[in-house]
Design a protein around this ligand. Sequence first.
Ligand SMILES: NC(=O)c1ccc[n+]([C@@H]2O[C@H](COP(=O)([O-])OP(=O)(O)OC[C@H]3O[C@@H](n4cnc5c(N)ncnc54)[C@H](OP(=O)(O)O)[C@@H]3O)[C@@H](O)[C@H]2O)c1
Length: 307
Amino acid sequence: MRVLITGATGLIGKALVEKFFSAGVKVNFLTTKKSKIHSIKGASGFYWSPARKILDLKCFDGIDSIIHLAGSRISKPWTKSNKKDILSSRIDSTHLLFSSLKNNMESYNIKNIVSASAIGIYPSEFDKVQTEKTNSTSNSFMERVVVAWEKEIENFSSLNIPVAKIRIGLVLSFSGGVLKTLKIPTSLGMGTFFGDGSQGQPWIHIKDLVEIFFKACNDNWDGIFNAVAPNPVSQEKLVKTLAKALKSPFFLPSFPKYLLKILIGEMSHLVLDSHWISSQKVKDKGFNFKYENIELAMKDLVKKSNP
Ligand SMILES: NC(=O)c1ccc[n+]([C@@H]2O[C@H](COP(=O)([O-])OP(=O)(O)OC[C@H]3O[C@@H](n4cnc5c(N)ncnc54)[C@H](OP(=O)(O)O)[C@@H]3O)[C@@H](O)[C@H]2O)c1
């Protein structure tokens, strides 16, 4: 078996490549940086530029499945040009993959596509648990990005292959993402939360996320799936659990909502919005989470980072 991964050089991609290697699966990947073509030992790298509509078609040779993760970071400041990049990196890359395949589908034997999506598609809700059936509203920038991204991904269905859209929650790993950023200040007793901290924070241990992608690929999942741990927690609980796992004190007051809005404006939605998201559909597909609760997940991550 051979898979093609976009965004393979990122946080989730790197962990997924390791999983495929350990299962004896061969990996092709697409990268926007020519300097990274040989960066993953044992995998074959190919260059693409979604903005300039350039893609090396050889990347599809012998491919059984496509895993689509590419997209520029949402954590960079939301300037006009960065917002454009956050949206266009996802739309252009998905569109280029689709149009390249559509014109050449008979030349390949691609069985399915598994694509990243995000729980940012859900409206902010403080009380309600949301499922894959919840309607999106396009009220916030993140919602608009993910709605447009999923619409583009949906085009793959016209190729008559299963298309799985994996709505990912906050990925817990010390190799990158939010936890890596929080680790040093929290270790120094500088951990805090925003507003009253009651906002729901769906999270997932990176190992469980990788297993979900692996299963979705092997079992030909079709449709939308929330990739979040079964027990989401409030933001206050998340940061306090991190401090406890790091054996660090937690004494700072919360960071006021109004100040955050003054400092980072619209981007404050990323930490002030609340999502309580169900993982029932993934469980119904036979997926067993290894890290169901936050204490267990944080303990494991801290242990792995301090062997
Ligand atoms: N990490 C999370 O907590 C989380 C949560 C929800 C959703 N997601 C989504 O899951 C996907 C993977 O997340 P991640 O954390 O692994 O992200 P990441 O570490 O930032 O990696 C994303 C990869 O996308 C590629 N990329 C960057 N800019 C691009 C552009 N303009 N055009 C095409 N490709 C570009 C890069 O690969 P090259 O440099 O090799 O091209 C990069 O390695 C993302 O789409 C992200 O939005 C992540």
